[in-house]
Design a protein around this ligand. Structure first.
Ligand code: 5GP
Ligand code: MN
Length: 339
């Protein structure tokens, strides 16, 4: 019988705390999160970065690979001044901490920095995490990476203040779909309560993060949803709903790519489909693929078979060709999975 996981082992927590305590105040500490960062990636990383500042560390930088563009909803998070473009990351940091990164491929060129660092602490909650890093705070049962980041902050003796709490709250709220998803446990609400108790205004934060979009993004959403296709007999009769968005769509509405990050949510609401698929163009014949399931399919297994990853009910991978090719691939993966 396998015992249920109880999160990272005590010695991993102790090693992480010791790794921070071993450093002098002027040690270079590099924080890294995944490409196209979302609320959990940025929130867990910046909240932890602020805690390092409270501990007196003066040389802390945070970064992510690829285009240095922070999605507007997160552009005013406390601690954004810690962010630097990938090219300005420390070349020889004494310590690296990695947030919400399921696989080294999600760190682009920064993966080399992690591999070369004397100590690398990985904080993550993806079941598909590939096992890199020297100290591993990885718990697939955690609702967000910020759950682990907050525990490490507490173990380091830093009290939560409103700035750190706002970062962690944004991370928790985004990764739980505003406290809707299955990982939303009593402990998640208890953490949310502790964060709010620092003086946060959840209504203001939610409006900024979830309910404010440029008009063009709203029109773009309408178009992309308008071309959605329902295939009730796909996925062994459990149903598939899919749509796609191209770079030309973004250009026509003058929108940056991040506005597509949450578009899978209205797609997956279709009652007739267990599986939802959104195919987002990244480059010529290259697509970021989002997969969701209402419960019948472990979409992280499908995504992993294509070199991607994620969680049981929310996962992604990079697809190639035309959108129809990606949909064909997913139909076939679903047939194989369910046969
Ligand atoms: P989303 O569809 O919102 O982009 O991602 C859903 C989940 O799948 C997230 O946990 C995200 O980290 C993960 N994910 C998305 N795309 C990829 C990918 O290409 N590789 C891996 N390893 N994980 C991905
Ligand atoms: Mn996450």
């Amino acid at each position: 019988m396998t015992l249920p996981s109880t999160g990272p082992a005590a010695e991993q927590w102790e090693a992480a705390v010791a790794a921070v305590r071993a450093l002098g105040g002027d040690a270079g500490i590099q924080l890294i999160c995944h490409v196209s960062p979302d609320g959990d990636a940025l929130g867990s990383m910046l909240g932890f970065g602020l805690a390092l500042r409270r501990l007196g560390f003066t040389r802390v930088r945070a970064t992510f690979p690829g285009e240095f563009r922070v999605p507007t909803p997160y552009a005013e998070l406390p601690g954004v001044d810690l962010l630097v473009p990938e090219a300005e990351a420390f070349t020889d940091p004494a310590l690296v901490l990695v947030f919400d990164v399921a696989a080294e491929s999600r760190m682009g060129g920064l993966a080399g920095l992690v591999a070369a660092a004397p100590v690398s602490v990985v904080l993550d909650h993806h079941a598909s995490n590939t096992g890199f890093g020297t100290i591993r705070l990885v718990d697939p049962r955690a609702a967000a990476t910020s759950v682990l980041a907050e525990q490490l902050v507490t173990r380091l003796g830093v009290p939560l203040d409103a700035e750190i709490a706002e970062c962690f709250y944004v991370a928790l709220a985004t990764d739980t779909g505003s406290f809707k998803f299955e990982a939303t446990t009593v402990a998640v609400h208890e953490l949310a309560a502790r964060l709010i108790a620092t003086g946060l205004r959840p209504g203001d934060i939610s409006r900024r993060i979830f309910d404010t979009r440029p008009f063009g993004a709203m029109k773009l959403t309408g178009e992309v949803l308008g071309r959605a296709v329902l295939e009730p007999s796909a996925a062994g009769g459990r149903g598939l709903v899919w749509t796609y968005a191209t770079l030309a769509d973004l250009e026509r509405h003058d929108q940056p790519p991040y506005v597509l990050d949450t578009l899978i949510d209205p797609v997956r609401s279709a009652a007739e489909a267990d599986v939802a698929l959104l195919v987002k163009q990244v480059a010529e014949r290259e697509w970021a693929v989002s997969l969701r399931s209402k419960g019948a399919v472990d979409v992280s297994r499908l995504a992993m078979s294509q070199g991607g990853g994620g969680h049981r009910l929310a996962a992604g991978f990079t697809g190639y060709g035309e959108p129809g090719d990606v949909v064909d691939t997913v139909r076939r993966l679903l047939d194989d999975y369910l046969s």
